[in-house]
Design a binder for this molecule. Structure first.
Ligand code: PLP
Length: 733
């Protein structure tokens, strides 16, 4: 069994072994052009004819047309063009035609896009009207009844690709018949092939497109059924192939492969029965429910294909779910188009009236009728593993208290970031510049880890600390005389490198010193303070406003002791005298994922005389020098036996991961959110070659660029990430 568990069957499928053999045979042995009259051509023609006959029987085409084409998108264009050309002719001949182009609100985009395109091109100017659906994805038949008399063309898919919702075609047909509608009827049957019984000529469906790659045939082969008597206009003309209905030399490898799939459908014994597929769905649904508490399915199982499960999990976005499933090598898809930062809601789920969090966080798990029990068992085991990984990262509730973390965490969203300081020994934390968008995430992390929040700090008046403080409630440890966000009235008195005296908050074995730039803006210096904090004679206190350094303990925080400076909106203003060249400067705005910088890195950019004056100071090092692809990776690993692999995926992805790194080496987990925490050790320690990786190489390159900017030359990226690293993949122990 392949290590990948492919559960994205509604997107595409692997190829049936018999289909692969048929395609190879068509290319190697029967490679002729079916239009040629010699024997080589005739052998290819025989495959074409046999496949068409097979398709006619399987789909119940009767005396209708059945042509091969490039796929469903082409079939939809051809059907729409055919119907609209006929409507235009009828109109030109003086007949009254319907004014509406009706389509289900959850149709694949190929349908409304084709309708709009050809309507405009043919100058028909009919009105496109979406038919709403209910919570189960079923068409609103009363709305349809109300407007069917004005319909020129009606498009209603047989089954939805995101949810598997099966349309009630019998009811729609009855409605068309009762209303004596003259509307043409297009039914997108892409997701129905092999999963629902089809007897097309016994219905009044005029057009039915199919796509081979959704059922174990290759991409680029499709079929279009056209009812006998329904209007037809070819989309592609030329050599007259397919009886002049679709010109262009036939895709014989695709046709032969599709023929093998149709043979499997017709002869039986290859694909699993409907009852067996229902049982598979039950097993997958149960393991999903068990692994992911609170999970909700976004469709009614009773009215959906057994091969599609669409679900959302409270508190988890589709990005996190996709990432954890992908790490476990369970290939699913998000129900919506999502960018790295934000998931867009799914228009299908929106049309069903699903809550926005469910729509934007939806995951689709779909499989084909070839699925076997071993794959299902392995899928269930990996789903459980994903649940465990998310639990251990506090992303879903857990009964067991996870191990507390230590150090610095950076959480980002939309180019801004919040910083968390964690102390495992005392289970306490400090939060700097909390972003409202991260409130839920920070709150659940703090609650799950059972941290005591010593303080919520802001670097500028824009910092919204109140939202998080409200959410955290009892988790904030307030000093009796301190402010509402935890800053104590009697902290420490810290003497900084320039002799200035500021207030400090002890945290673990370190201290956090507050440097006020004015009444509203502050930076925070975090590091190792010494005991003798007596200011040099004559040194001016740098505190401003009503800040009065308390005198509980006097500490000295020399520049070399400052590990991190949380610079927030104040930027680096006045900090050069207080910090070391390698102190990590941590911003509250990070639009380019730079993570952090240092005085040394800033100076090297500014000092660079080789740069033309208008060069972007954030310019990245030459990418070609730091990217290792499949060809150079093996050689690199041979030359650098001491190289350390660093996996920057989030902890839940690492925990769910099924593979070792390239060359079978074990990677160490340093998630991007913890990069700043680790940087100091790398920068201060003996340099070793570091090889960064993630799933695609997009996240790890950011870490490499950050290290290089900070002056660490021995950092490289695995180009294309784990997805492309040409290492033999073995199951991790
Ligand atoms: N219709 C439905 C329901 C689909 O799922 C798809 C593919 O996702 C299409 C049409 C388009 O098929 P193709 O991309 O093969 O042309």
């Amino acid at each position: 069994m392949s290590i990948d568990i492919y559960l994205d069957g509604n997107a595409t499928s692997a190829i049936l072994p018999a289909a692969l053999a048929a395609a190879v045979d068509a290319m190697a042995e029967r490679f002729g052009n079916p239009s040629s009259s010699h024997a080589t051509g005739l052998r290819a023609r025989a495959v074409l004819d046999a496949t068409r006959q097979r398709a006619r029987r399987v789909l119940g085409v009767g005396d209708g047309r059945l042509m091969f084409n490039g796929g469903a998108t082409e079939g939809i264009q051809t059907a729409v063009l055919s119907a609209l050309c006929a409507l235009r002719e009828r109109q030109a001949g003086g007949a009254t035609i319907g004014t509406l182009l009706l389509y289900g609100a959850t149709e694949h985009k190929a349908v409304p896009e084709s309708l709009a395109h050809w309507n405009r091109l043919l100058g028909l100017n009919l009105r496109l009207q979406a038919i709403p659906v209910d919570a189960d994805g079923q068409h609103d038949l009363s709305m349809l009844r109300g407007c069917i008399a004005q319909a020129a063309l009606l498009c209603t898919m047989a089954a939805n690709n995101e949810t598997g919702a099966i349309s009630d075609l019998a009811a729609i047909e009855a409605l068309l018949n009762q209303s004596a509608s003259k509307a043409y009827w297009l039914v997108d049957c892409v997701q129905a092939l092999g999963k629902l019984p089809l007897a097309l000529s016994s219905t009044r469906i005029d057009y039915a497109p199919f796509s081979g790659h959704k059922l174990y045939a290759p991409k680029g082969i499709g079929m279009l059924y056209v009812r006998a008597g329904a209007p037809f206009t070819p989309l592609i003309v030329g050599g007259g192939q397919e009886g002049g209905q679709r010109s262009g030399t036939e895709n014989m490898a695709g046709i032969a492969a599709l023929g093998a799939v149709l043979a499997a459908l017709e002869e039986g014994g290859v694909f699993r029965s409907h009852a067996e597929l229902l049982a598979v769905r039950v097993r997958l649904a149960e393991s999903l429910r068990e692994a992911l508490p609170g999970l909700v399915f976004n469709h009614a199982f009773a009215k959906s294909l057994p091969t599609t499960l669409n679900f959302s999990v409270p508190g988890l976005g589709s990005r996190e779910l996709m990432d954890v499933f992908d790490a476990a090598q369970v290939r699913v898809s998000s129900g919506s188009a999502c960018s790295a930062a934000k998931a867009a809601p799914s228009y299908v789920l929106d049309a069903m009236g699903v809550a926005p969090w469910r729509s934007s966080g939806a995951i689709r798990m779909s499989f084909g009728p070839l699925i076997d029990d071993a794959t299902v068992a392995e899928a269930c085991a990996r789903i459980a593993r994903c649940g465990e990984a998310l639990r251990a990262s506090c992303l879903i509730p857990s009964e067991r208290a996870p191990l507390p973390h230590d150090g610095v965490v950076q959480l980002g969203t939309d180019g801004a970031c919040s910083w968390l300081l964690l102390d495992a020994a005392t289970r306490s934390c400090i939060i700097i510049d909390p972003l409202p968008a991260l409130t839920e995430r920070i709150e659940s992390f703090v609650r799950c880890q059972n941290y005591r929040v010593c303080a919520i700090l802001g670097s500028s008046p824009d910092s919204d600390r109140a939202t998080l403080a409200r959410a955290l409630g009892r988790h904030i440890a307030r000093d009796q005389d301190g402010d509402v966000f935890g800053w104590p009235s009697s902290g420490h008195c810290v003497t900084l490198a320039d002799g200035g005296i500021v207030a400090g908050l002890p945290f673990g074995a370190k201290v956090l010193a507050r440097v006020l730039h004015d009444d509203a803006r502050a930076s925070y210096l975090f590091g190792d303070a010494g005991g003798d904090g007596e200011p040099p004679a004559g040194a001016a206190a740098s505190y401003v406003g009503d800040e009065r350094p308390p005198l509980r303990e006097k500490l000295r925080l020399p520049a070399t002791g400052v590990r991190y400076a949380f610079v927030g909106h104040a930027g680096q203003e006045g900090l050069a005298a207080l910090v070391d060249a390698d102190t990590l400067l941590c911003p509250s705005r990070d639009p380019h994922n730079a993570f952090c910088t240092s005085m040394r890195a800033l100076a090297s950019v500014q000092d660079s005389t080789s740069l033309p004056p208008d060069t972007d100071v954030a310019a990245e090092p030459d990418a070609s020098a730091i990217e290792l692809d499949a060809a150079t990776l093996a050689d690199f690993l041979l030359r650098h036996p001491d190289a350390q692999l660093i996996d920057v995926r989030e902890p839940y992805e690492f925990a769910a991961s099924m593979t070792t790194g390239p060359g079978g080496r074990i990677a160490r987990s340093v998630p991007l959110s913890r990069l700043a925490d680790q940087l100091g050790d790398w920068l201060r320690g003996e340099p070793v070659p570091l090889l960064f990786l993630c799933r695609s190489g997009n996240r790890s390159i950011k870490a490499v660029q950050c290290l290089r900017r900070l002056g660490y030359r021995q950092a490289w990226n695995v180009s294309g990430g784990l997805a492309l690293a040409a290492a033999p993949l073995t199951l991790a122990a």
